[in-house]
Ligand binder design. Structure first.
Ligand SMILES: [Zn+2]
Length: 242
């Protein structure tokens, strides 16, 4: 999820709350004046709009006199993610892992930018820097990014919609050294008219290189964009073609 998708208006927050959007848990807090509690976006409670106020942080909700809802427990971290940054041939990789598997692999040049992006994506998680405990797994990620050794069976825990997960699985089926168009990926998941949604799912891929969205190019062979910089995409494709 990118920062721009975070609801910044109360109307957008209200809509997210009506959807019970778990991905936005921690992005804002809903305080209910009639009950005096504050909640996560996904809470099962159904307050009336006129009784609701929104807070950007739990601290703000508490300062306004609200206490944590006992049902959705907005005062507790939802999960723990352990993370580290690793140098690779494509710059710095930030790797984050849940108990289930790799949740995030991003690429960049500035560690502060990568960490801020991590914090923005996982506002309700406990984020624990850990370069030692996961060293062998994180080094395997770096090896895959660097094109050293075969793809490893790393446990993946990317979170997304069913369509996004189908697209990401299709991307992992594109062999190294080859490319596919967005339309081809759409056909491969049985959704030939969903080209735009496929392109959006590629752009939302949370596991750089491990889910090879860089192997998707325009139908005319043009590189199209790349979330982590088109120069990195070019370098990856050139290396895989060699
Ligand atoms: Zn609640």
């Amino acid at each position: 999820m990118t920062a721009s998708q975070y609801p910044t208006t109360d109307d957008a927050r209200w809509e997210a709350m009506r959807r019970r959007d778990r991905d936005l848990d921690g992005a804002f807090f809903i305080a209910v004046r009639t009950t005096g509690v504050y909640c996560l976006a996904s809470c099962a409670g159904r307050p009336l709009r006129k009784n609701v106020e929104f807070h950007e942080t739990r601290e703000s909700a508490r300062a306004a006199g609200f206490r944590a809802c006992l049902r959705c427990k907005p005062d507790q971290p939802r999960e723990t993610l352990r993370w580290a940054t690793i140098p690779t041939s494509l710059g710095l990789a930030l790797v984050a892992r849940s108990d289930s598997g790799l949740r995030l692999v991003t690429l960049g040049d500035d560690p502060d930018v990568l960490v801020r992006d991590l914090e923005r994506r996982f506002r309700s998680a406990r984020l624990t820097p850990d370069s030692e405990g996961l060293r062998s797994e994180f080094e395997a990620v770096a090896a895959e990014i660097d094109g050293r050794g075969p793809a490893l069976d790393l446990p993946l825990d990317a979170q997304g919609t069913d369509l996004q997960k189908a697209v990401w699985a299709a991307l992992r089926a594109i062999p190294a050294g080859t490319t596919a168009s967005y339309a081809e990926v759409a056909r491969s998941i049985g959704r030939p008219t969903a080209v735009r949604a496929v392109a959006q799912a590629c752009g939302a891929n949370p596991l750089a290189v491990l889910t090879p969205c860089h192997r998707v190019v325009r139908a005319d062979g043009g590189l199209s964009g790349y979330r982590w910089g088109v120069e990195r995409k070019k370098a990856l494709l050139q290396r895989e073609a060699a």
